[in-house]
Design a protein around this ligand. Structure first.
Ligand code: G1P
Length: 203
């Protein structure tokens, strides 16, 4: 979802930054890049590596909630216009060719983002931060997605923008396609544009 179909990276960055600035912990784009595909609490742990004090579990939960509040304000402004027409066309074309489509995302805001951008009906199954206990590079999120589609991992293609996602796909026995940052990772296919999936699946 994030970084493949929609670009929420900047919203995550601004929301984490606002929280980190308030508690006086240094946070920049380099740290933000390490958060891709990582769960909310694990992301917070990465950010707090730079903190000079320790936080209790309860304080950490409050910080994660604070960040999510800022983040959701950005998400509320998202609309169908945030999904490029060629991406919508590609999803429809994949369905037409008989493929099933699932989301495999660590985000607990997945369903909200899909609703805001009117993408919900384009997917047959959703595996997200609400049904997993381990974040990527653990393959759990993709294994659940395959299970919801009643498919074996070797019948699926995982499309990822994060190196940790490509690692997760491999660990779960999935074929993978990398886009963006993951284009240089260890993916089976490297995509310049998402619409190139249409040529990959025909091979
Ligand atoms: C979570 C993390 C975020 C990460 C995202 C991956 O999103 O907070 O850092 O990039 O998963 O999709 P959230 O559940 O907070 O929406």
């Amino acid at each position: 979802l994030d970084g493949v179909l929609v670009y929420t990276d900047k919203f995550h960055y601004l929301a984490w930054k606002k929280m980190a600035d308030r508690i006086g912990v240094p946070f920049d784009e380099t740290i933000n890049n390490r958060l891709r595909g990582v769960s909310r609490m694990d992301s917070l742990e990465i950010i707090l590596e730079r903190s000079t004090r320790k936080y209790t579990q309860e304080e950490k939960e409050d910080l994660a909630e604070e960040k999510n509040g800022y983040y959701k304000e950005f998400l509320k402004k998202m609309s169908p216009a945030d999904v490029r027409p060629e991406i919508r066309g590609m999803l429809k074309e994949l369905h037409k060719r008989g493929y099933q489509l699932a989301i495999g995302s660590s985000s607990k805001n997945t369903k909200f983002i899909l609703a805001q951008t009117q993408l919900t009906d384009d997917f047959d199954a959703i595996s997200d931060g609400t049904n997993i206990t381990k974040s990527k590079p653990d393959p759990e999120v993709f294994l659940k997605a395959a299970e919801y589609l009643c498919l074996f991992p070797n019948e699926c293609l995982v499309v990822e923008d994060a190196a940790s996602g490509i690692e997760a796909a491999k660990a779960g026995g999935f074929c993978s396609a990398g886009i963006g940052d993951a284009n240089s990772a260890d993916a089976d296919y490297r995509l310049e544009k998402l619409s190139e999936i249409l040529t990959v699946v025909n091979q």
